[in-house]
Each structure stands twice: as C-alpha cells, then as structure tokens.
Design a protein. Structure first.
Length: 154
C-alpha cells in the first residue's frame, strides 16, 4: 500500500498544479480592480477608458497563459499516466511554464514598474511550486524504480 501511495504522489501533484492553474486563472477576473489600480498608479495621466483597455489586455494575456498552463498540466498528466517520457515531458513543461510565469510577473512596462500588479504576478508562480515538487518526485522515482513497473501508472 505504501509503494502505491508513494508512486501516485507525483500524479496527485500534477492534478494539484492543474487545479491551482485554473484557480489562479480566475483571480485576475475577480481582482480586476487591483490591475486597474496598478495601471493607474504607473500611468496617472491615463483616462479611465485607457486604463480599462490596459486591464483588458492583461486579462487576455493572463487567459492565454492560463489556457497554455492547463494544456501543459494535462499533457504532463497524460505522460505520467502512460509513463511516456514522463521525466522529460514534465521537466520541459515545468521550465516552459515557469519561464512564462516569471516573464509575466516580472516584465517591466514603459513606466519602469512591473506591468502586472505584484500580487497577481506572485500568484502566477503558485502552480510552479506544485510543478517543482512533481518533477523532483518523478525524477526521484525514475532513479529508484526497482524494475517492478511504471513509477506512476500503478
């Protein structure tokens, strides 16, 4: 029983990452005012319409990132369930997802400030924590597998 629980832990973490990605994808729509306040503070001369335009652009960018994240998590889950190059697939998707999240969270706009409200930018990194944990466990199980079968699909 213990080996089954241990072998399923990376898969559970992949599902946790998927859920976190969906949750983080919803937050900007709920916290739209936080994005608007951040844009207004960086560009005090912007009209309300221009701020709204910038907020809408950020919502589109974050939605695209969220959809790409969901596709990445589903691809990782698929690879883990089939034990199809799971170490490489999960690692490559983690690096890609972390790079995109860090870019969105840290990119500076023309005002010199980070473009995205820092709180929302920090939330983008939350699913990456589940990804790091899952990838570490996948690699660990890959090297401790005793030949009894798939480390994830059992």
């Amino acid at each position: 029983m213990m080996s089954t629980l241990r072998s399923r832990t990376p898969l559970v973490l992949l599902y946790v990452g998927l859920v976190l990605t969906v949750a983080v994808g919803v937050v900007p729509f709920i916290a739209r005012d936080a994005i608007a306040d951040h844009v207004s503070s960086g560009y005090p001369a912007y009209s309300e319409a221009r701020v709204s335009e910038a907020v809408n652009l950020w919502l589109v960018v974050l939605t695209v990132l969220g959809v790409l994240g969901v596709i990445g998590w589903l691809s990782s889950i698929w690879a883990a369930r089939r034990n199809w190059y799971v170490t490489w697939v999960t690692s490559a998707l983690l690096v890609t997802g972390a790079a995109l999240s860090l870019t969105a969270a840290l990119i500076r706009d023309t005002s010199g400030e980070v473009g995205l409200a820092p709180t929302i930018g920090a939330l983008l990194l939350l699913p990456c924590a589940a990804g790091v944990a899952a990838v570490v466990l996948v690699w660990k199980q890959q090297f401790t597998l005793d030949g009894a079968g798939s480390p994830l699909a059992s």
